[in-house]
Design a protein around this ligand. Sequence first.
Ligand code: FAD
Length: 421
Amino acid sequence: MDCDICIVGAGSGGIGAAVAAARAGASVILVEKNHVPGGTVTLAWVHTWEPTCGTSPLCRRLWDRMQGLPGGATDIDYDCASKRLGPDGKRNPPLPFEPWAYVAAVAAELQEAGVRHVLYGTCFVGVRTDGRCLRAVRVLGPAGPMEITAKFFIDATADIHVARAAQCRYSKGAEAKAWYQEPHAPETAAPAALNAMNWCYRVREAADAPASEWDRGPFPAEAIRPSRFEVRLPNGDILVNPCGMVHADPDDVAEFARATARARHLALEVHRWTVIAGGKPNRILIGLAPELGVRETYRLIGRYVLTEQDILAGTVGQKHPDMVATSDHPLDLHGKNGVHIELDRGYGIPFRCLMPVEYDNLLVACRGASFSHVAASSCRLSRTMTVLGEAAGAVAAAAVRDGKRLDDLDLLRAVRLVRPG
Ligand SMILES: Cc1cc2nc3c(=O)[nH]c(=O)nc-3n(C[C@H](O)[C@H](O)[C@H](O)COP(=O)(O)OP(=O)(O)OC[C@H]3O[C@@H](n4cnc5c(N)ncnc54)[C@H](O)[C@@H]3O)c2cc1C
C-alpha cells in the first residue's frame, strides 16, 4: 500500500494526527494493532479527560459528538474543564465519557476527515530506511505481512516502536540530574524508575446490593487505598483508577508480565478492601479494564527535550518559537518516589519534541515524544497527545503538499497554522 502519510497507532495521538493530516488534504493510512481506536482511553479504561488548558477544536468536537449520544458523556460543561484549577484554586471537574461513545465519535471524525484506510488488527513490525528517510513500515495484518510506503510517517504507538526500530535515540526511566539539571531528577540515572502502572475498573452502587461474598481475609498493603481517583460516569457507575501501583522495566519481559498480573490482582484487592473495610459495602464490581494502564515506557530524545524547567517556567517564561500544545497538568509521578506539584500556569510544548534527530520524514506524536521522565509525568494527558498529534499531522501534510523535508519547510509558518490559541 502507498499513501502520503502513514500513522502507526490509533490512540489519542494517532487520532489527532490522522484527522489533521486528512483534513489538510493528505492521503492517510492509520495502522492499529487492536480492533478499536483509542488506545489507553478505550482499552485501559482511562475514559475521562483531566481538566487542562491544552485542548483543541477536535477534542471539543469529539466531546460534542459523545454528548450527542444518549449516555455517551456526562453533562459537564466542556469549558469548565479547559483549565486545571478554578478561581478557588480547586481542581476543575474532569470530563468522563463512555468508551463506546469515544469509539463512535472517533470513527465519525476519521470518516468525515477522509482518512483513506484505517487498518485495524494490523501490527507494526519493522521499517525500511534509506539514510535520513523512512521508506516503509512493515506490518502484519489479518491477510499476512505487508509493506506500507509513504512520504511521511508518524509514530503514535506510545512505546515509540517505529522510532526505536529505525534506531532513533531514546531514553527510559529517570535521567540523572546531570543530563538536564532538573530539580526532581535523581543524582544517578535510574532506567527502571518509570511512572507507575495500574489497572482501572468500574463499579456500580446498588442500594440493595447483596452482602459481599468477597473473602474477608487480610489485604495486601498496597490495596488499602482510601484515596483512589474516582470519576462518576454518565450512567452513574464509578470509574476507579487505583493510582500508581506497580513498576516494571519494559525491557524485562518476565518482570513486566509479573507486574501486569500483579496490577490486575491489586485492582481486585482494592475493590475488595473498599467493600469490606473501606465503608462502601454497596459497591458491585462491573468489570476490569481490558488492558493494563501504562503511563510511561520509552521516550524519544528528539531535537528538543521538554524538561521540568519548561514546565515550571510556564508559557510566559519559555522562549520557544514553535510551541504547538499547552498543558497545566501537575508534575505527577505515581508510585515509589511519587511527586505531585500543582502548577499555577500553563506551559508550552515545542514542535521539536516530536522531531527525531535522525530522520527528515518521521514525527513522534504520543506519550513517548521527546520529554524528560519528569516532564512526561505532566504532559502525558490524552487531550495533550491529541493536540500534539494534530500538530504532527498538519505539519506532515504541509511538508507533503509543498514537496519539502521538515528542515526545508518553513516550519514556523506551518506550526503557526496549528498553534493553540
Ligand atoms: C492509569 C492511567 C490513568 C490516566 N489518567 C488520565 C486521566 O484521567 N486523564 C487524561 O487525560 N489522561 C490520563 N492518563 C494519560 C493518558 O491516558 C495517556 O497518556 C494517553 O492516552 C496516551 O496516548 P497515546 O496516544 O500516547 O498512547 P495510547 O493511547 O497508548 O495509543 C497507542 C496506540 O498505539 C497502538 N500500538 C502500539 N503498538 C503498536 C504496533 N506495534 N502496531 C500497531 N499499533 C500499535 C496501541 O494499540 C494504541 O492504540 C492516564 C494514564 C494511565 C495509564
